[in-house]
Design a protein around this ligand. Structure first.
Ligand code: GLC
Length: 618
């Protein structure tokens, strides 16, 4: 490299003015290479990370540093533009996939960005992030695990750690270094569209499930080839907004905020989570992305978080009230509040210009930029990206592997929560002739929910896996008939299974201020099954409790399946007694939505309380 030669040439020619030479080089953004080595300190993996960070920082211009603070949507900037702007990170938002959505195409896309980043003056590798929130869920054919609310019902932290590790293998195989997961939110109002992304309504469940961070990262970040960065999100109080409004306002005293919503982040920091994503929501009317006290003083100083604080997607645009534009004030307030990396759908050139202007005007101190850059570089060194920058293609065979699907099926089994049963369950795989119906019985898109292949998810045959009906056909050795609306059912069957519930959604698209009920179509289907005079077991596939109070007494069983993902066979395992149901409610199941918010210990009277769940050997 030029500076190395310059450095050693200078030292050779002017040993007596070597100090002057070093100052000259430093001023020019260059620093001498390690004595007697053929590379710069920051390129020497045998040196301590802090020394490598310091050396690299000494070579970086302001442009280099602020470039590191940008994470841009892949759709907005190709490899060359990312490299030209010295951008430090790229993301695929929900559904932002390469043209052909295959593991190889992801790995090729990742390597193209990485190669461009390495081909710059300082050759700083980039970090690539995705929302792998229940498996590598953007990728067709990947194993899709139950969403968090089902894992909260399973209440098996070791299993969740294994899920994190399996997900990390499939993610690392495609090159991706970073997942924006786990959501350690505490869902206090089930009208919230992101209730299913929570492990439950108390801090205890997300605290326990922070073990997923260790699954993703390994015992030490970058300690093995499958290690990917985890993200605790969304900091703080996203699940506590008034009325369950997504990106709304969390009106709590600081004491209540700490008691309910902060604890899982404290635990995540103790587990060395690599990044924390700030919430779109507000605390007592003030947007979290400008909350210097909670970000700088509480998260970074009091909790000792030393990783990357990243914004949510275009969240800065919301700070001044006009979501469509990015202003200097929004950049200043968020970066000064302690945000280290800014996630953008586009606008990166404008962001870089505004940030540079604010620094040069003295509105953002250089020590803030250095803190952000140092945190970002530290994670890149810890991840080993300077030594192993490309996709781990030897892991490609793990994507959707039998082993991972078996793990997912176990998670589905353990998440099933039995709420009513007059003895119709378990069904006999040998004897019972079963009629299956309902809008969610044979739809892998519906049983996977949001954040699956696309941001919102969608109904239909969207990826490889087993629907609940297919699982029933696999497990039963007797007659199984299916009709979505129940047409053709008669009294000759021993039982009927009606699989009903919600269609996929994500974020604010899932807010239901008026609650969630079973559709008219599915209610008519259940009525048709009941009119045949046979017992009916209802299975709810949903991201939260569904209002069943006025109907449940007419049913012979009720099983909450949550959002099981691609391995619907796990539901059949419980229906046919291959697995005794052990799931316990991670959220209170309301009598009606006008009880919301309803939570453990609030004195209200739910239909089924938090922690409730039956088994067959009750
Ligand atoms: C979304 C979500 C966040 C996600 C990010 C990137 O708006 O709020 O959970 O990680 O954008 O997709």
């Amino acid at each position: 490299m030029t500076y190395r030669a310059t450095g050693s040439r200078l030292r050779r020619l002017f040993p007596s003015v070597a100090g002057l030479a070093v100052v000259t080089l430093l001023t020019a953004g260059l620093a001498p290479a390690s004595a007697g080595t053929s590379r710069a300190d920051y390129q020497d993996p045998s040196l301590p990370v802090q020394q490598r960070v310091d050396d690299l920082m000494s070579r970086m211009s302001l442009r280099d540093k602020i470039g590191q603070m940008v994470q841009i949507e892949r759709d907005a900037a190709g490899p060359a533009e990312v490299a030209d702007n010295r951008i430090g990170s790229v993301l695929s938002g929900g559904g932002s996939t390469p043209e052909s959505n295959t593991p190889e195409a992801w790995a090729d896309m990742y390597d193209r960005y990485q190669r461009a980043a390495l081909d710059t003056r300082l050759g700083i590798p980039l970090l690539y992030g995705v929302d792998a929130v229940h498996g590598h869920n953007n990728l067709r054919g990947a194993t899709v695990f139950p969403h968090n609310i089902g894992l909260g019902a399973a209440d098996d932290p070791k299993l969740v750690q294994r899920i994190g590790a399996a997900t990390a293998e499939e993610v690392a195989a495609t090159g991706i270094d970073w997942t924006f997961s786990p959501c350690v939110c505490v869902a206090r109002d089930d009208r919230w569209g992101r209730t299913y992304e929570a492990f439950g309504e108390t801090p205890e469940l997300p605290k326990k499930m922070t073990r997923e961070i260790t699954g993703y990262q390994g015992k030490q970040l970058g300690g093995d080839p499958t290690s990917i960065m985890a993200t605790a999100k969304h900091y703080v109080g996203d699940g506590g907004t008034t009325g369950g409004q997504d990106q709304g306002n969390t009106q709590l005293s600081e004491r209540e905020l700490r008691k309910i919503h902060l604890k899982p982040f404290r635990k995540a920091v103790k587990r060395d989570v690599a990044s924390v994503m700030v919430s779109y929501s507000s605390w007592n009317g003030a947007k979290m992305h400008a909350q210097k006290y909670l970000v700088q003083d509480v998260l970074k100083r009091e909790l000792g978080f030393d990783g990357i604080v990243i914004s949510d997607y275009d969240a800065l645009h919301q700070l001044d009230g006009d979501d469509s534009t990015l202003t200097a004030s929004e950049v200043r307030r968020s970066v000064n509040a302690g945000l280290d990396m800014i996630m953008l759908s586009s606008d990166h050139a404008k962001f870089l210009r505004l940030l540079r202007q604010e620094v040069e005007a003295g509105n953002i101190p250089m020590r803030r930029i250095d803190d952000a850059t140092s945190r970002i570089l530290t994670k890149k060194f810890e991840m080993g990206l300077f030594e192993h920058p490309f996709a781990q293609r030897d892991l490609l065979s793990t994507v959707g592997s039998d082993e991972h699907r078996a793990l997912a099926r176990q998670a589905v089994r353990e998440s099933q929560t039995l709420l009513e049963n007059d003895g119709v369950l378990p069904l006999s795989p040998e004897k019972d002739e079963v009629f299956v119906a309902g809008s969610n019985a044979d739809d892998i898109g519906n049983q996977s929910g949001g954040w699956t292949i696309s941001w919102q998810g969608s109904s239909g045959d969207i990826t490889e896996g087993t629907t609940i009906l297919e699982g029933i056909r696999q497990v039963s050795n007797s007659k199984v008939t299916y009709d979505e609306r129940g047409d053709g059912v008669d009294g000759s069957y021993d039982a009927a299974v009606a699989v009903v519930g919600e269609k996929p959604y994500a974020e604010y698209e899932g807010d239901r201020p008026n609650g969630v009920r079973i559709s008219e179509q599915d209610l008519n289907t259940i009525a048709k099954l009941r009119s045949a005079g046979i017992p009916v077991a209802v299975v709810t596939v949903s991201g939260r409790p569904v209002d069943v109070s006025e109907h449940v007494d007419d049913w012979n069983a009720l099983l909450a399946s949550w959002l099981p993902g691609t391995q619907g066979g796990g539901v059949a395992d419980v229906l046919f007694g291959k697995h005794n149901p052990t799931g316990k409610l991670p959220v209170s199941w309301m009598r009606s939505y006008d009880q919301q918010p309803i939570n453990k210990g609030d004195g209200k009277d739910p239909l089924y309380p938090y922690g409730y769940g039956l088994s067959y050997r009750n």
